[in-house]
Ligand binder design. Structure first.
Ligand code: ADP
Ligand code: GLC
Length: 475
């Protein structure tokens, strides 16, 4: 099966969050499972290497240039779309012309596969930045024999980022005005990429079974719950995995002292190193780590309100993240108030993230909502115990630790409140105080299998199902 995997970021080229981890690892796993895979990405400034052989699209698309696909990730060809004027910028997103930038990306990807005569069986789109691909295929390109029979699946990684733009986008995209209807692309008076993906793809997936249920409700649906409920028989939830080669405490080049299940005591040395690195006192107290985009989704409001109570205890916390200015400011203020307990590092730092996963005792994710979440999985792979709000993919990735049975691997809280958050941290600290019990939780974490193999199989099944649906529809 030939899969064209389209995303706006992917490890190792461009990353702001978990989408990049998925888009870097899932294609590899699909290729391992026997599929022929091409990954399409915009060529941003951050994408390092240069390949000389460039292919230009025709006159009408004279702006777009692509690199002849290179096998850059194991078993996966990567097609980079060049459009220097639009992609060679400091950030990937957040510009006034994002609508145009990603429209061009979607169009260019479709044009290139035709130009290269590389016809995929399935196009796997991810998040709003690729939402117009199923729209083009099912409208303007419908009668073009090259595109006939190609099935599309659309994966929602985060429903809150929707790519909604003024009506004008339809003209920019060259799409017919008839699409401006509530059951097509229109969303509260705007044109929505996300809605395009939801309405026009053959199957929709999201990144955990729990989130697949949640997003059909007003509380989590971000206004799309109607469209999603309408297509609920086409909606599947598949839990993400993590790349076991990138995230491996036994072979992690960023860790001063690599370790595995049989040498867990070595975590202590990594902890000391981490403390020194971020200038926390090198004391033997529980160390709570966080690696997170600083976005309201991630629960920083309840965490900030909980801090005065949390820091009454003898513990330390290190937070690595970038994002919303207000959260950055408030965290910095707190770190000045508790200089020996809280360190806040405001930047994107791959190396430090590894040190935090490896060197912390506890990993905190108090998310308001969480489609999947990868931090908790990475933490578990490093024997670092997650304290999690029981929502979305967080709820699907672990079981509450049961001291009597020595079963379970995480500590959950349900209510979105500072009190509930403190309650879960306290549960964790109590077990932390009992060395043997803590070791059991750690070993239970290490037993979990979050490698991509199982989930990749599920995607291959979804692709088959989408192809069948497409065949039936075109008959
Ligand atoms: P989201 O995709 O919503 O940001 P996930 O938990 O799915 O959340 O994935 C976040 C990914 O981004 C993880 O791999 C995490 O380690 C990484 N990450 C987030 N912030 C930073 C940062 N400041 N520095 C390094 N890595 C980060
Ligand atoms: C999104 C979600 C996160 C998920 C990631 C990868 O960024 O916020 O929960 O893990 O995508 O699917």
């Amino acid at each position: 099966m030939r899969i064209l995997f389209c995303a706006s970021e992917a490890v190792p080229y461009a990353k702001t969050g978990g989408l990049a981890d998925v888009a870097g690892a899932l294609p590899k796993a699909l290729a391992k499972g026997g599929a022929e895979v091409m990954l399409a990405l915009p060529k941003y400034k951050q994408v390092g290497f240069q390949v000389e052989e460039r292919i230009a699209l025709g006159e009408n698309d004279f702006l777009t240039v692509g690199e002849s696909p290179v096998e850059a990730i194991e078993g996966v060809k990567v097609l980079f779309i060049h459009q220097d004027e639009f992609y060679l910028r400091d950030s990937f997103y957040g510009y006034p012309d994002d609508g145009l930038r990603f429209t061009l990306f979607n169009k260019a990807v479709l044009s290139f596969v035709k130009k290269l005569n590389w016809k995929p069986d399935v196009i796997h789109c991810n998040d709003w930045q690729t939402g117009l691909i199923p729209v083009y295929l099912n409208t303007m390109l419908r009668e073009d024999p090259f595109y006939k029979g190609i099935a599309t699946i659309f994966t929602i990684h985060n429903l809150a980022y929707q790519g909604n733009f003024p009506y004008e986008l339809l003209n920019i995209a060259g799409l017919p005005p008839e699409l401006f209807r509530f059951d097509k692309l229109e969303f509260w008076g705007q044109v929505s990429f996300m809605k395009g993906g939801i309405v026009f793809s053959d199957l929709i997936t999201t990144v955990s079974p729990r989130y697949a249920e949640e997003i059909q409700t007003p509380q989590f649906g971000a206004g799309m719950e109607g469209a999603l409920s309408y297509r609920k028989d086409k909606l599947r939830g598949i839990l993400n995995g993590i790349d076991y080669e990138v995230w491996n405490p036994a072979k992690d080049e960023f860790l001063p002292v690599p370790y595995d299940g049989s040498s867990l005591e070595r975590k202590k040395e990594n902890k000391k190193f981490l403390q020194k690195e971020v200038s926390l006192p090198q004391r033997d107290v529980p160390l709570i780590g966080m690696v997170s985009r600083l976005a309201s989704q991630k629960g920083f409001d309840i965490l900030l309100s909980a801090m005065d109570v949390l820091f009454e205890k003898d513990l330390q916390m290190v937070i690595l993240g970038v994002g919303e200015k207000e959260i950055e400011e408030r965290l910095k203020e707190m770190s000045l108030k508790y200089p020996d307990k809280l360190k806040v590092v405001i930047r994107f730092d791959e190396r430090l993230s590894h040190l935090i996963y490896g060197g912390s005792d506890i990993f905190l994710m108090p998310s308001l909502y969480e489609p999947c979440g990868l931090g908790q999985m990475i933490a578990m792979r490093y024997g670092t115990i997650p304290v999690l709000r029981e929502v979305g993919g967080l709820a699907d990735s672990g079981e509450e630790f049961n001291h009597h049975k020595n079963e379970g691997n995480v500590f959950f809280f349900k209510e979105y409140s500072p009190q509930a958050l403190c309650g879960a941290v306290e549960k964790a600290l109590e077990v932390y105080g009992n060395k043997e019990a803590w070791r059991s939780v750690q070993l239970n974490c290490l037993k979990k299998d979050f490698s991509w193999d199982a989930s990749a199989k599920k995607y291959l099944e979804v692709y088959k199902e989408a192809l069948e649906l497409k065949r039936k529809e075109e008959k």
